[in-house]
Write a protein that binds this ligand. Structure first.
Ligand SMILES: [Zn+2]
Length: 227
């Protein structure tokens, strides 16, 4: 039997195939592996917030994650990693659950910080998934979250809900969907007009009292298109 030294507790232990062996280090137990890993979190404490620096193979420099100062201790029980989400072209932070070693689940940092129930989602108010200060995290329903999703990377125009028509057309189209149904649609050659119209719609939607008025305008627009 081969004996190796645990890189965390320094105990010598017989190395079996079932022993925890990840990366170049040897550990006598899962617990030692976790404790070793949690030392790898890099926190930078600022005056009124804290930064968690995480390295990833995708980027040269570490990615800076913002959190509240008081959450540093809460999250420093495990090593946090980054996952790239191509739909929002940004990173989110995750870790693997401890204790239940046979069937580990992924812990998502922003959900963990606000103790989000399973049936709800967490919305990043400023749309930056790297900002996980609680002031930027809001528990919402799935629909509310979808409404606040940022510009998709593949939307070359860079304006949410607006795209250019294909081919030789010089027209743009503004299309707002709710529950997979189009609730607002307008074609125009004037991009600025569509941007203003979209903002007006979203503003009205946010402000319940104005939505009736907006609906009338929508009906008006619909008529414009069909005429
Ligand atoms: Zn050990």
């Amino acid at each position: 039997m081969n004996y190796v030294q645990c890189d965390y507790c320094k105990k010598w232990f017989p190395k079996k195939p079932s022993a925890v062996r990840r990366s170049k280090n040897d550990f006598c137990s899962h617990k030692c592996h976790d404790l070793f890993q949690q030392k790898k979190n890099v926190f930078v404490i600022k005056e009124d917030y804290a930064e968690l620096h995480i390295t990833t193979k995708r980027e040269e420099k570490p990615i800076v994650i913002l959190i509240d100062k008081e959450d540093v201790e809460k999250i420093n029980f495990t090593k946090w990693s980054l996952k790239y989400d191509k739909t929002v072209d940004n990173y989110y932070v995750y870790a693997w659950e401890r204790n239940n070693y046979k069937n580990r689940k992924r812990i998502i940092l922003h959900r963990f910080l606000v103790n989000c129930p399973n049936n709800l989602q967490v919305d990043h108010v400023n749309r930056d998934t790297k900002d996980n200060r609680k002031s930027n995290l809001k528990i919402v329903s799935q629909q509310e979250n979808a409404n606040n999703k940022g510009v998709y990377k593949n939307n070359r125009l860079g304006h949410r809900n607006i795209r250019k028509l294909g081919g030789r057309s010089k027209q743009y189209i503004l299309e707002i969907k709710r529950n997979k149904k189009i609730v607002f649609k307008k074609y125009s050659r004037d991009l600025q007009e569509l941007i203003q119209l979209r903002d007006k719609f979203l503003e009205a939607e946010k402000n319940g009292t104005q939505i009736k008025e907006q609906k009338e305008e929508y009906i008006q627009l619909k008529l414009d298109i069909t005429e």
